[in-house]
Design a protein around this ligand. Structure first.
Ligand SMILES: Cc1cc2nc3c(=O)[nH]c(=O)nc-3n(C[C@H](O)[C@H](O)[C@H](O)COP(=O)(O)O)c2cc1C
Length: 195
């Protein structure tokens, strides 16, 4: 069974709803299980993220989906504290070659959510992870998913506090399915020795 971790922070509930939808998508793929892991403010002491058990659970995942609300054009302070704590795994390349992707939500259509996705991408690169873009072509999807047209990751726009748009929910389900499907295919590829 391949574990796909979905690590997220949420204040009013939109990122949590997106994380749950990503997990739903992961669980549509046989032999994969989605694990939602919430970064909680209580785990931060004097600016330092302290929950080692969450980090250890991510060590055991084949792929990691990261989600944060967009606050002032970037990740929330709580999610950044998690990222800084994960840097303990930078030196030993603990997450090397794990698949990574990300999602964010803001209350505006062009509320600088891309700044959040870029921050997550750079973090993944520093950790030696392989970033998976969103593969839904904007304006060409029969269901209308990826309504904002971002392909670097999933950018959502909050409906109102705690509520996500149905098309963003469907996009998150798709992203979860894609990550699980790729994680399975890549593990087959890794199992094939080079000639
Ligand atoms: C401190 C703060 C900064 C915010 N900055 C942005 C922003 O830069 N762009 C944006 O579109 N929305 C911004 N928002 C709105 C949040 O991204 C939005 O409420 C989102 O749904 C929160 O996610 P959550 O429901 O998972 O907590 C901000 C909200 C707060 C409280």
């Amino acid at each position: 069974m391949k574990r796909i971790g979905v690590v997220y922070h949420s204040v009013s509930g939109c990122s949590k709803a997106l994380a749950e939808s990503v997990v739903e998508g992961v669980n549509t793929v046989e032999k994969c299980i989605g694990v939602a892991l919430e970064v909680q403010g209580e785990s931060i002491d004097q600016g330092r993220y302290k929950d080692q058990s969450l980090l250890v659970q991510l060590d055991q995942c084949e792929a990691i989906v990261m989600g944060s609300p967009t606050f002032m054009g970037t990740v929330s302070a709580q999610f950044k504290a998690f990222m800084d704590a994960a840097s303990e795994r930078y030196g030993d390349r603990c997450w090397l070659d794990k698949l990574a992707t990300g999602f964010t939500v803001g209350s505006n259509f062009s509320g600088d959510q891309l700044g959040t996705i870029r921050t997550l991408q750079v973090f993944a690169a520093q950790m030696g992870m392989l970033w998976v873009p969103l593969d839904i072509l904007p304006s060409q999807d029969s269901l209308g998913r990826n309504r904002g047209g971002c392909q670097s990751g999933l950018v959502a726009v909050a409906e109102r506090a705690g509520e996500i748009h149905e098309l963003d929910r469907l996009t998150a389900v798709h992203l979860g399915h894609r990550m699980a499907d790729l994680a399975l295919r890549i593990s087959d590829f890794r199992a094939t020795p080079f000639e």
